[in-house]
Design a protein around this ligand. Structure first.
Ligand code: TRP
Length: 356
């Protein structure tokens, strides 16, 4: 059956140079591996498990805040085109549909082609009135994409959940938001999920759970390198380790060598000292101030800010810094209505008007 409301665009990111990047990262004085390689099939399964762990408050808290966004008012004339970054799984978008009823178009973007296309097609089937365009691309390819062809007549809203922004370096995050500002234009928005600074007693277990799923997820990167690149990492000789970097407010994930050892990879011999680590990922934690600064550096300001009762996670609506919203900001200094289009959930005890 052909679905009239469904299409795909495959920008098929050029085959990534997995071997080149691994060799490069492992030959640095401080060894690193790129986190984008976590997500092979097993990695994706493990990540889904992480999201359900009792210690991993992130997904649960984000979803609970989304349920609070129940009465977002909508622009009268324009429907929204929601562009979701990392949209291979549509369950968060389905939640968002409950609060943003006037979505006319959905554009999930991901590099996991198969999952992306399958999920998007299911969604198109379930929502016949929604136009769905699944875009297989990586973030760098978004800049030159002909957005007007697809989003003309809609108000674009980029949805970037999961605090994935925290897995980027500050300069990557700034470039991404600056690019998104160009994509959505002066009338568009970013709906951003960001994990907040909190006590280490909550933070550490979220990345080092009792069942060892996160450890398995981290170690799976070495398993993948063995399988796809023919290396001989002995997984029993590496340990998952979490460190909190207080200066930068970030969780660091490492794989620490338990012994002095050598590993062979594509004709190269890699040396590991006992206790030496491979730094695999950062997960930055934000404050309202740090998000405000990041937004300002990229041409946005915080229009709305919603958080949970513990202040663990925030969902924020970023709008362009334009003279119009500077005026509305002044006019609405103490009012609930902080944006001409979007109104916060009036009944929600946990939401707060950004400009109040
Ligand atoms: N962005 C989320 C976070 O930083 C999800 C995530 C990415 C994650 N990589 C992870 C969670 C590794 C646990 C382990 O929390």
């Amino acid at each position: 059956m052909t679905l009239l409301n469904f299409q795909t665009v495959d920008l098929a990111p050029a085959a990534q140079d997995f071997l080149g990047e691994v060799l490069q990262g492992l030959s640095q004085p401080v060894k690193t591996l790129a986190p984008k390689y976590f997500y092979d099939d097993h990695g994706m399964e493990l990540f889904e498990k992480i999201c359900e762990l009792p210690e991993y408050y992130v997904t649960r808290t984000e979803l609970s805040i989304m349920d609070e966004l129940s009465s977002l008012a909508l622009p009268a004339s324009n429907q929204l085109a929601v562009i979701e970054l990392g949209g291979a799984s549509s369950f968060k978008f389905r939640r968002l549909q409950r609060s943003l009823s006037d979505i006319g178009m959905y554009i999930p973007v991901d590099i996991c082609r198969q999952a992306l296309f399958q999920e998007a097609q299911k969604l198109a089937r379930d929502c016949p009135d929604l136009k769905v365009m699944a875009l297989c691309a990586d973030y760098q390819q978004l800049e030159s994409f002909p957005w007007e062809t697809y989003t003309a007549g809609f108000t674009p809203v980029v949805y970037f959940p999961g605090s994935t922004i925290g897995n980027l370096t500050p300069s990557e995050a700034k470039s991404l938001l600056t690019m998104l500002r160009r994509i959505v234009g002066p009338n568009g928005y970013i709906l951003l999920g960001c994990d907040l600074v909190k006590p280490l007693s909550a933070l550490i277990p979220a990345y080092d759970d009792a069942q060892g799923v996160t450890a398995e997820f981290n170690l799976n990167l070495l398993r993948r390198i063995n399988r796809e690149l023919g290396a001989n990492f002995d997984l029993a000789q590496f340990r998952h380790e979490i460190r909190y970097n207080t200066a930068e407010n970030k969780i660091e994930m490492h794989l620490v060598s338990l012994a002095s050892q050598t590993v062979h990879l594509a004709g190269t011999t890699l040396q590991f000292a006992k206790g030496e680590s491979i730094h695999t990922e950062d997960s930055r934690k934000f404050t309202r101030r740090s998000i405000e600064n990041l937004a300002a550096e990229s041409g946005f300001c915080i229009d709305q800010w919603w958080t949970d009762s513990r202040d663990y996670f925030a969902i924020t609506l970023l709008g362009s810094v334009t003279s119009a919203n500077i005026l509305s900001m002044r006019a609405n200094q103490s009012a609930d209505l902080s944006h001409p289009f979007l109104r916060r959930a009036d009944q929600s005890p946990t939401s707060s008007a950004a400009r109040g």
